[in-house]
Design a protein around this ligand. Structure first.
Ligand code: XMP
Length: 512
């Protein structure tokens, strides 16, 4: 086990991820509880993360002395470097506030840390953190890497196996950083990796059992990867104690609700309640055209319906959520700061407090691609794992203008044909998200001998890494022609198709 002591850096989880990628089990604990975790885990190596504080400030975080005195190898990153230096008798001085930037380190000495990646006398790019800096290393330390502005870019006491870096090896902007961390774990600490997603699964199952005990857990299942994987994991841990609720709001894609229900009930024998709330949702949405109002109505109804179903079950102590690590950082980094609501995202936020439930969030430490690996490990079919993201408010925000049942039906058909063509062309996995939008605009057309006056359908497809920025997908025109022809021929109510070539920013992925 590697114990990662978190001093509050935004990227601490990336350290954990890199260690896992090296095949080694690790746990991340906040510095306040590091001492207890150290005793509990008996780790073989320690990593100190970065953090926003200054060691010069009174009361700023420190590492437990027992950890430093343990004789174990320590890798101390950024703020961690200053903590270790301070606690071992070195000196730190204030800089000019904290900022990050690209820098190059020159390697001065061979080290097991650099094995197979960095050579003496050469320079390598790293992502440096400027701010306070070490001005005098503790006794026994030697500088083994420097950069123009960082005389202590890498300082180490190799006899005691203490390594410190002023830069962040865990971020992708330090291209060799993952290997450097792997070297620390493997070459310096001598830990051989046998960690795998199956080990994660086994531990998560244990932890869920411990947290939940004999209590009841409920989970809102949408068919998305995150909630599906969370539900399967919890199901494996506590079986019948878990009830999943699928709120069918009539805003899903064609056949989606039925597919999700069949898959979870039949393959996993999971207790799943399929609530048909279509009339209620569509009824309240009918004629509503303001995007934020639509989102608010859907969010409120979702909570109401979910709550009613939970009450029918006699309530539950726990609410399961497929929260991922990036959701955790986003909500932390935005809290308190000035942030603007671009769109109010719909989820079950507010429910736990309202219903007095505790959260079970077994995916909190994972990134999306790790969740997919875990999903495969749990036997979830590829069609679920590779699924494009789908927004909570569903087709309602792909139907600009007032919503009607008929429009939703038209949109569902067009969308299904479009996705079918994408799959047939082998493009589904190359695209982040693709969907049809039904415009509240009618145009004139001619079909057979007659004049038509029907709706316009817009097609959208984007590439993206995280949904925060996106580019439109560059199809070849043949493909678009094929999809458009099929939609116009097969869907009553559409007589014209256009392709959206807006990137994000300035556009958003969804139309509303
Ligand atoms: P935008 O349209 O903001 O979308 O560029 C970025 C990503 O988020 C999805 N999205 C949502 N997901 N609830 C969700 O769960 C929502 O209310 C919501 N709105 C947008 C969108 O599909 C895209 O993947």
């Amino acid at each position: 086990t590697v114990l990662i002591i978190d001093f509050g850096s935004q990227v601490t989880q990336l350290i954990g991820r890199r260690v896992r990628e090296a095949g080694v089990y690790c746990e991340i604990v906040p510095f306040q509880s590091a001492e207890a975790a150290f005793e509990r885990l008996s780790p073989k190596a320690i990593i100190f993360s970065g953090g926003p504080a200054s060691v010069l400030d009174e009361g700023s975080p420190r590492a437990p002395q027992a950890v430093i005195d343990s004789g174990l190898p320590i890798l101390a990153i950024c703020y961690g470097q200053q903590v270790l230096a301070t606690q071992l008798g070195g000196k730190v001085e204030g800089g000019h506030g904290r900022e990050f930037g690209r820098a190059e380190v020159e390697i001065l000495k061979e080290s097991p840390l650099f094995e197979g990646i960095w050579e003496v006398g050469k320079k390598y790019p790293v992502w440096m953190s400027h701010g306070d800096r070490v001005t005098q290393a503790p006794e026994g330390f030697e500088v083994i890497g420097v950069s123009e502005n960082a005389p202590f870019a890498i300082a180490a006491d190799e006899s005691r196996r203490y390594y410190t870096t002023m830069f962040h090896p865990e971020v992708v902007h330090t291209p060799d950083g993952a290997k450097l961390l792997a070297n620390f774990v493997g070459k310096v600490a001598g830990i051989t990796g046998d960690w795998s997603m199956s080990a994660y699964r086994a531990r998560a199952v244990e932890e869920i059992r411990e947290q939940v005990g004999g209590g009841r857990v409920i989970c809102a299942l949408s068919g998305g990867v995150d909630s599906s994987v969370a539900a399967l994991l919890i199901h494996e841990a506590v079986g019948e104690q878990l009830t999943c609720i699928l709120v069918d709001h009539g805003l899903m894609r064609k056949n989606e609700a039925a597919d999700v229900v069949a898959m979870f009930r039949e393959h996993y024998n999971l207790h799943l309640i399929h609530v048909d709330a279509v009339d209620r949702f569509v009824g309240e949405l009918e004629g509503v055209s303001d995007p934020e109002t639509k989102r608010k109505i859907i969010g409120r109804l979702f909570i109401e319906v979910f709550e009613e179903e939970a009450k029918k079950l006699g309530g539950a102590e726990f609410l399961a959520q497929g929260t991922l690590y990036p959701d955790v950082i986003e909500s932390v980094s935005f809290s308190g700061g000035p942030s603007v609501t671009i769109k109010s995202h719909h989820n079950v936020g507010g429910l736990p407090e309202r219903m007095n439930m505790k959260l079970v969030e077994p995916l909190r430490e994972l990134f999306k691609d790790e969740v997919r690996v875990l999903g495969r490990e749990l036997g979830l079919p590829e069609s679920f794992i590779g699924r494009h993201p789908f927004p909570g408010p569903g087709l309602a925000i792909r139907c600009p203008g007032g919503i009607t049942r008929e429009k939703l039906d038209i949109l569902r058909e067009a969308d299904a044909i479009y996705l079918d063509e994408i799959r047939k062309a082998g493009l589904y996995d190359k695209i982040w998200q693709a969907f049809a939008v039904l415009l509240p605009v009618q145009t004139v057309g001619v079909m057979g001998d007659g004049r038509t006056y029907e709706s316009v359908c817009a097609l959208r497809a984007v590439t993206s890494v995280d949904g925060m920025t996106a580019d439109f997908y560059h199809y070849d025109m043949e493909f678009l022609g094929r999809a458009a022809t099929r939609i116009i021929n097969e869907v009553r109510g559409i007589n014209r198709v256009v392709y959206d070539i807006t990137s994000k920013p300035p556009g958003t992925i969804e139309w509303e």
